[in-house]
Design a protein around this ligand. Sequence first.
Ligand SMILES: [Ca+2]
Ligand SMILES: [Ca+2]
Ligand SMILES: [Ca+2]
Length: 326
Amino acid sequence: MKLSLTILILSLLGSLFGSVASQPDLKIAEIYTVPTEFRPNENVTIKFRVVNIGNNFSGDFYTAIYFDGKKVKEIYCDGLQPYQLIKMNYSLIWPDDVFTHEIKCFADIYNNVSESNEGNNIKIEFFNATNMPPLVPTIIGPKEGEIGKEYEFRISSIDPENDPIFYFIKWGDGNVTKTEYKKSGEEIIVKHAWYKGGRYKILVKAIDKYKASSKWAEKEIIIKDNIPPKVIIAKPRDGIYVFDRKIFPYFATIVFGKITIEAIAINGVEKVEFYIDNLLRHTSFECPYKWIWDETVFGIHKICVKAYDIAGNFAIDEETVWIANL
Ligand SMILES: [Ca+2]
Ligand SMILES: [Ca+2]
Ligand SMILES: [Ca+2]
């Protein structure tokens, strides 16, 4: 009833406007895959339907299916009556990736059928294989350690689809490690040493062969530092200084006018303190470590520099000077 009514309306419209002749109209009704969700490398069937929405028998024709723009199959069809549809399918091994691929279906590829609408003969859909990222890795290893010693960490993760996994590790000191591909669930052992005391955050993520990445796993390690820095007073030292310049070397240190005190400190230095006669006068956090001592002062005084690392270890150097700054 419905069909004949539509044909009646169409033919009425045709007679009214003179443009809708009694013609077939082939159209791709839908494109889908079976199964609807699939993995890379799996067998997939692409299904599509051709329907004749015209008001006349179509006659025989060829349909075609394109994968990423390339024709992969032609299918011969017996003619369709108005509102008759036909199901087509094409099976393939899906590519080994999770990219989106274009499927294009074409009704009446060789234009065997003269249709009332040739513009609706193509339909395009996009499909991709599904992929889940690996789970957040587990990291097993020590909570604390010492400078320069190598420590072992056992790392593992699981990929929901058992895809091979590699691990990307940030050690917290600027160094990174990228492992080879491992089996899902396989435990790996990686080693690392830290050369500066402090608290380090180790970050690990697992990435599967389709580049899907887990969230970062975190583990902290505290590297104890028992090694003090080294520090020396580079200036003033063993010489006669006039207005901050060394005039000539001498067995003692004699200063006329202001003097820039310069310290050289190494081994993870956090700060250097400058003392005059055991009184803290200045703290320097950046290399070069220096302080200009410029005040009215006369006689013998003791300069002391104290260099600290982050762990609180320190080293001292002292220099006794005879100074006249008036
Ligand atoms: Ca058409
Ligand atoms: Ca046609
Ligand atoms: Ca996966």
